[in-house]
Design a binder for this molecule. Structure first.
Ligand code: HEC
Length: 167
């Protein structure tokens, strides 16, 4: 009787220990063993007919500025386009570049002074593609607006900036 009691006790302790270690094991590697997709593990093909949300134009990375500079301006430099650019300029660019693009915005004295965008020789050096790319990806210190403005809005801004030099 005494031995049976000891044996049953041993069995209970052994079962408890086993259950305990299963819990510990599950607890320690639960998160690593879940069903998941590791980034880059699988390439999902886009469903047929998928279009980019904002249209087809991609913004080349900053390193590809030279290639980006060669892109032609797809938005005609009409008065309407320049007017759209002017409205955007007042919101996004005037704080630094000044309302007329002269580089005299309120932020300019406290920041790196931006160049005078009305400068005719600077404008001659730059292609539309270059300017649109600077607006989208930023300059040495100028912030990038690729996420705030659509490619078309950035071409409108280029068309507006072009009107500044003609004065
Ligand atoms: C935070 C201040 C700031 C804002 C906002 C800003 N810029 Fe600039 N911008 C600069 C500075 C500083 C430079 C010159 C140094 C550099 O390239 O970063 C510059 C340079 C430029 C140039 C000349 C690039 C070249 O190399 O010839 C253009 C064009 C320009 N900005 C357009 C814009 C437009 C359009 C906007 C609005 C969408 C804008 N910037 C918003 C500060 C700013």
């Amino acid at each position: 009787m005494k031995y049976l009691f000891g044996f049953v006790l041993l069995l209970i302790v052994a079962a408890g220990g086993l259950m305990g270690s299963v819990v510990v094991l599950r607890w320690t590697d639960n998160m690593t063993e879940t069903v998941k997709v590791v980034p880059g593990e699988r390439v999902f093909t886009m469903p047929a007919g998928t279009l980019p949300r904002m249209g087809g134009e991609l913004t080349p990375p900053r390193e590809e500025r030279e290639a980006a500079a060669k892109r032609p301006n797809p938005v005609k430099a009409t008065a309407q386009s320049a007017a759209r650019g002017k409205a955007l300029f007042a919101i996004y660019c005037a704080p630094c570049h000044g309302p007329g693009g002269k580089g005299d915005g309120l932020v300019a004295p406290k920041f790196i002074p931006p160049p005078d965008l009305t400068n005719v020789s600077l404008q001659k050096q730059r292609t539309d593609g270059y300017l649109q790319h600077v607006i989208g990806t930023g300059g040495a210190v100028m912030p990038a607006y690729g996420e705030a403005l659509s490619p078309e809005e950035r071409w409108d801004l280029v068309n507006y900036v072009r009107t500044l030099a003609q004065k």
